[in-house]
Design a protein around this ligand. Sequence first.
Ligand code: ADP
Ligand code: MG
Length: 763
Amino acid sequence: PVDRKPEIQEARLKLPILAEEQIIMEKINENHVVLIAGETGSGKTTQVPQFLYEAGYARDGKMIGITEPRRVAAISMAKRVGEELNLSCDDVSYLIRFEGNVTPTTKIKFMTDGVLLKEVQSDFLLNKYSVIILDEAHERSVYTDILMGLLSRVVILRNKRGIPLKLIIMSATLKVEDFTENTRLFKIPPPVIKVESRQFPVTVHFNKRTNPDYLKEAYRKTCKIHTQLPDGGILIFLTGQQEVNTLVSKLRKAFPFRKVNKTIDKPDDQDKEKEDEEDELNLDRVMQKVKKKKKETPLSLPEINLDNYDVAPNDDTEMDILESDEEPDEEDWELEGMKVSNAQPLWVLPLYSVLPSREQAKVFQEPPEGCRLCVVATNVAETSLTIPGVKYVVDSGKVKTKLYDKITGVSGFAITWTSKAAADQRAGRAGRTSPGHCYRLYSSAVFNDEFEGWTVPEMQRRPVDELVLQMKSLGIQRVVNFPFPSSPDLAQLKSAEQRLTYLGALERTPKKKGDDGWVGKLTPLGEAMAKFPVAPRFAKMLCLSHQHNLMEYTITLVAALSIQELLLNDNESQNKSRNKRLCWAGQGNSKLLGDAMVLLRSVGAAEYANSCGKLEEFCSEHKIRLKGIIEARKIRIQLTNEINLLNPELNLPVDPKLKPPTDIQAKLLRQIVLSGMLDQVARKVDEPQESTVKQRPLYHTPLLDETVQVHSSSVLYKEYPEWIVYQEIYQTNKVYLRGITAIEPEWLPVFAKSLCRVGVPME
Ligand code: ADP
Ligand code: MG
């Protein structure tokens, strides 16, 4: 007996999926696994759990579980479904890492896919659930993909035991062959229910030119839409939180919100945003000096008709004028702001995954009278959340993805073009309630030539070391045989197992006949490593730090190692002088036996300087990237929290006045660095070199046939210790080793020594 409010009922009736309720429930009752494919906004996430609830799937103490790849979606959908069912958050709850409101009476539980994967580890049959919905399966997140493989088996086991479990896979695209035509995954292809939805036509407009500064381009375009085009919400797609916040504040400045009457609040995330932007404020101050130097050239913009550059561009003139200012500098922001100051106010809201849920909820509310809604979002708004009333989409075409270098094992975030499919999803957001327009901030040529058709599943893009470790800790020995929707390639799996074996996470199992040898079981160390939410090499370093009060240092070091280009290495002498003068809590450097220690000292000293209010001076004096220090701090806090959660008795603080390590601790830290990089040991080549050529010593590494030099950015450049570990192999016109730590040969296990005795590549 559900008692919905009339206005909710009315809104529900407009959703295309409601017409399919009977079919959907029939299919679910008749099949163990069902696929539901339907356009974003058709009502899958909010309605299917309610269908199940009304059909009695939450009876007998069992729950309806829904996984989301994004936290934002888990939180906001739990709230919405609770409202629609007129139930409290005790009954319709959510659980994400670190946060949740699940109770013993929870009936419908939204969670991130990572959370459910953890639950599988402690209760493989997921006995608490009567049905699991894997939502947003088209996103192909690693965890959703693994869950699909696992659940394909759990469903069979549960049915054998007479306690059936239903699996529902929901996708916003019709491209579901990877699931339905994969007989290893599902022997009998599951039925697919397609939800037809009303979609109004969206006119797509490409830019004639692709301005690399898409943030400013987005600003310009939004200003134009707002000042020149009829009513209708604007949705802007950017790549990350910082970009979103920057654009939000610029737009708010350009079109200030004026209180119509006193009962309407200002967007009250402004307070929160101050917190968010604290980092940026510091930076702004640094940048202000630079800004002031630039001369103010007044620039007036031509009147641009937004519809003049259409799908098939053939007239360059107008966009040329727009793009002609080659290097748009800071003044651009202000200038356009002034030009449009008499426009109606814009109700600008940010939307990204770590935004507090109270703020997220605002995008669903009506903007105040007389305001146009403008949501600046990351790709969470692509399919996870449907924002009402959007008529204009501004698409940067960009997405932030984690890239992985197969050779060096180093990963980092990169901003790349999204896929054609994703860009079309974004465009579709403009046609939910009326015909709309999508303004792509890139040319049709770029779209055609540089965008991939579909986004490659995360599984095939990412390091699988971590995944293999996780799966082994679930008891899955032969990861190769696991029924992934799309398997990572065999070479990737093998090299991951090999690296994990070197790290001591997997047993070195002797090769048996007819065995490919890749069945290594998890060691106790591996078990412990699997618990840490970081890359296995860092996890190992953390595991070994539970001694001599090293944990805080290792956390700080791992945070520093995770940041790209923390130190600005302009030239050798600057590096030298930094290393000489780098002073942490009054202590200078006695000896820096490697770049890891320089990083640790840089962060430690910077935080110390910060606690004395001198962070900026410190960073500019020592050529340290201020933003990098702030990022490192965030990672440090996050890691500390997670480790405290895993190990409550540790109760680690994040000490802003952390003292430098003692000499003994520093030596242990080098051993810990080595322990995480055992497969990246290098040894100096000892053949004498031709004396005529002034050459730097060369090193043998396990991965390369050729010998390589140490990069000049290293603190150990020109010191040339015999044995080192390196963080990465770095390639410009030459190949170098970077991130060097000196080690003692007696610390090395035999296998690691043999790896690079004569430069033999690893198997
Ligand atoms: P799908 O999962 O198929 O993409 P959803 O179930 O997420 O669709 O959305 C269905 C409708 O519910 C959309 O029109 C969306 O705007 C609306 N909706 C979702 N969450 C909220 C909310 N918190 N407040 C108001 N409307 C919402
Ligand atoms: Mg959805």
